[in-house]
Design a protein around this ligand. Structure first.
Ligand SMILES: Cc1ncc(COP(=O)(O)O)c(C=O)c1O
Length: 474
């Protein structure tokens, strides 16, 4: 990373949707990269000496689990922190340390850990059975709640975001009679082959910035997949112009939440909608991460652009494995009339449905607005620290989520994201971990203010961030 890239002011900040939050740094001074490296070495030493229990646990777990973890996202070097229990907004690790959880299960724990209502409903469900594999009023009731809240004509449940997005793609293919899809470069949608194209490709392999080529992992049988940069309607139109008759759907997160948070330019999502309509393709919004964290009815409703299908997971399940896909009844009819199969032994099981009913009750407009206010307060306070220390960074927020992006140039797509300062981002994450604040590992994620977090909790994040700013400028 060069200073020129860090302070690139040659491209204006575009307008963004007013339902989202982003600051524009007025002035900034590059951070001293030697200092970043020195601080990083100190912090890793501090990490190792304060997490000996996690280290021992990791050594044991390596004996059975690849990388010592149950999902590769959980891993980091030299070892991840092993957690024993969680309550509200707090985690306890195997070393007995309390950590403020700002990862919140990658955004799944929107209602907080062990919310009393989730515990009550799930405990009650345990009295009447864990799995029927038959229709049940508990599943029908939750389907009705989702239908109303997310404005879906029909929906089906699944167990993970991967499954939900896979079935949405299948439904789009069957409905349109076309096999191809378009996805966003850098977009993550779980493990389904077609959607694992160009998730986080090496830039050297990914072709020109304005016309990226699909990068297909060796193990994937992806089929016809085109990739386009986010926030680029011209490239989308160009792909449709050339390949329109083979494209069933554009599959995208309305707000990218797997490369920090990348917001839509004003009018972009509406433009995608219109482009899909012009070419007879469907629009699928993957709301696995946005969902309830974007507001009462998800990102689609909040941003005012309606997709043909949406996928949901994480925040809707209160920490239990729940996903859903749904939307237009004529598309979901591909299941009713036997044109497509949708199965799943655990779909709509009573335990998960009980948790979903509790989440629906907890996530009122007021509860989510309150969490968002706390989030916005934290973003404002971080902006103030960034401005005071002239850090080459800015904040981005959407709903109850937020992130600090270490760049002063606008991040509008994957290539912009790759130009951000990953070294300082890693130091910032580690600095927090060493001071009892766990934001998601991997630098690609964002924090989540759950309904269990308080303003004081977020004050801890601001405080440790200011200490980092002082150390960077010392
Ligand atoms: C946008 C998005 N879609 C789909 C998935 C896959 O969800 P799951 O991990 O439940 O399979 C994820 C997971 O992080 C995601 O972020």
């Amino acid at each position: 990373m060069t200073d020129t890239e860090l302070t690139d002011a040659t491209r204006a900040w575009p307008d963004h949707d007013p339902a989202t939050k982003r600051t524009v740094p007025e002035s900034s001074v590059p951070v001293d990269q030697d200092r970043v490296e020195k601080l990083m070495a100190q912090e890793w030493e501090r990490f190792s000496s304060s997490t000996t229990g996690s280290s021992a646990h990791h050594a044991r777990a390596l004996g059975t689990l690849p990388l010592g973890v149950t999902s590769s996202f959980q891993y980091w070097e030299p070892h991840p922190i092993a957690i024993e229990s969680a309550k509200g907004a707090w985690l306890t690790d195997v070393d007995g340390r309390q950590l403020l959880d700002l990862s919140m299960g990658f955004g799944a724990m929107l209602v907080g850990h062990l919310h009393p209502l989730v515990v009550e409903y799930v405990t009650k469900a345990l009295e009447s059975g864990t799995l029927f594999v038959t229709p049940s009023p508990s599943a029908t009731s939750v389907a009705e709640l989702f239908q109303k809240r997310f404005n879906l004509e029909q929906l089906r449940f699944a167990n993970s975001g991967t499954e939900a997005t896979m079935y949405a793609v299948k439904a789009a293919r069957v409905f349109t009679g076309r096999r191809g899809i378009i996805k966003i470069e850098g977009g993550y949608h779980g493990g389904y082959d077609a959607l694992s194209v160009s998730v986080k490709p090496e830039v050297a392999e990914a072709g020109p910035e304005e016309s990226p080529i699909p990068v297909v992992p060796f193990e994937a049988e992806a089929g016809i997949v085109h990739v386009v940069p986010y926030n680029d309607l011209d490239r989308l139109e160009a792909i449709f112009a050339e390949h329109g008759d083979e494209i069933s759907a554009v599959v995208m997160e309305p707000v990218l939440e797997n490369i920090s948070i990348v917001l839509p330019d004003a009018g972009y999502l509406q433009g995608v909608r219109e482009t899909c309509d012009r070419h007879g393709a469907l629009l699928v919004f993957d709301e696995v991460k946005t969902g309830l964290t974007a507001g009462y009815a998800g990102a689609s409703r909040r941003l005012g652009v309606t997709a043909d299908l949406i996928t949901l997971a994480k925040s809707i399940g209160g920490g239990l494995p729940l996903a859903a896909f749904g939307g237009r009844a004529d598309i979901m009819a591909t299941i009713s009339d036997g044109r497509m199969w949708h199965f799943g032994t655990y779909n709509g099981n009573p335990l998960v449905m009980a948790a979903a009913a509790a989440v629906d009750e907890i996530c009122t407009e007021e509860a989510l607005d309150h969490a968002e206010e706390i989030n916005n307060g934290a973003l404002d306070a971080l902006d103030e620290v960034i401005a005071r220390y002239e850090l080459p960074a800015h904040t981005v927020g959407f709903g109850v989520k937020g992130a600090v992006t270490w760049a002063t140039a606008p991040v509008r797509n994957y290539r912009d994201y790759k130009r951000t300062d990953f070294g300082t981002a890693e130091l910032s994450w580690l600095w927090g971990v060493n001071r009892g604040i766990l934001t998601p590992p991997g630098l690609d994620e964002q924090w989540l203010v759950s309904v269990a977090h308080t303003q004081d909790d977020m004050g801890l994040l601001v405080q440790e961030f200011e200490e980092l700013a002082q150390a960077l400028r010392a």
